[in-house]
Design a protein around this ligand. Sequence first.
Ligand SMILES: Cc1cc2nc3c(=O)[nH]c(=O)nc-3n(C[C@H](O)[C@H](O)[C@H](O)COP(=O)(O)O)c2cc1C
Ligand SMILES: O=C(O)C(=O)c1ccccc1
Length: 373
Amino acid sequence: MPVGPLTLAGIERAARAQLPAEIWDFIEGGSEGERTLAGNREMFDHYALRPRTLVDVSACSTGTTLLGAELGLPVGIAPMAYHRLVHPDGETATARAAGRAGALLVAGIFASRTLEAIAAESAGPLWLQLYWLRRRDALAALVERAEAAGFAALVLTVDAPRIGRRLRDLRNGFAVPSEIRAVNLDPGLTAATHRAGAGASGIAEHALEQFDPTLTWADLAWLRERTDLPLVLKGILTAEDARLAAEHGVDAVVVSNHGGRQLDGALPALAALPEVAAALPPELPLLLDGGVRTGTDIAVALALGARAVLVGRPVLWGLATGGADGVADVLGLLRTELEHTLALLGRPSPADLDRTALAPWPVHGPRAGQRGP
Ligand SMILES: Cc1cc2nc3c(=O)[nH]c(=O)nc-3n(C[C@H](O)[C@H](O)[C@H](O)COP(=O)(O)O)c2cc1C
Ligand SMILES: O=C(O)C(=O)c1ccccc1
């Protein structure tokens, strides 16, 4: 009997073997030298776990709460454009799997299925990610639709006034195939995404046309006036911006460098987490994304102050290899691994994790991103 993948790395190998090279590059790639992309993974290697013994771990739980919602595990699916690039069902399959696992789904403004179809498949908390579009009327319309469809929070991505120089996409002249569309936006607003020539990226051209780089803290009031939904900022990496976020009344913050796809050389997400956690009032929920690939990674992020993590690329690997079942495999593996980690660490629930669970990894030397058989 063949045994299915035992790690997310196994699902990654399977996805890579089946996806066209330019789609693989778009998903997997980072910007410029991909130093931040690599740093996101490497930073987890700087921590060792300090297991406590003789703790009753007969009933470990992975559950938590986030903005008033219950989660079966402290994991959400990071907002990513165009899930249909890897599977014909796209975001509705992702939503089904998230619901089954009790995970949060953050749908992207560039989702390739409608907000209403995603909401219909979703059984758990569902948030919508927004970019600050020049066409403020299109943004306002989306906010209204999201509220009506039952989305529970809005996530404004603040690390992308323009798209980073993703060399793989530039080399490939990457454009999104014309049959896969950001169906929640007017086709006139997304046309550039589907055209690219040698040395150009459709994604980057489109963002230059449509993203409004004048966005500042003062503009958050515009969103606030239009909705009672909680507002989350995604892409904070410094204590200074964390303090400003709190002063501007945001409801949660995602520590993120956009999976190494924006400013290359930016801090690895996990390296920024302690300073952001220290700068925020303790009641403000903090999330992290970037390089989370194992249950141990989740435990480390939680011990450093995150309430939950978001996972990006692995969800697309799962979707590519098995649709909703593949995404369920990814979330199921993370849950299994986290539950084992908590039990063996002597911290039977996520709430038991704090800095006392961690020590600096005591030996130097390079370590492969993910080891094991
Ligand atoms: C293919 C792809 C598309 C993405 N699209 C978006 C997006 O539309 N909006 C956004 O805020 N972040 C986007 N991201 C960034 C993710 O939300 C997240 O920050 C990042 O992927 C997390 O890192 P990980 O992939 O290492 O888990 C995208 C990432 C990938 C890989
Ligand atoms: O945000 C991204 O990383 C991304 O790839 C994207 C995709 C479509 C439109 C804008 C950004």
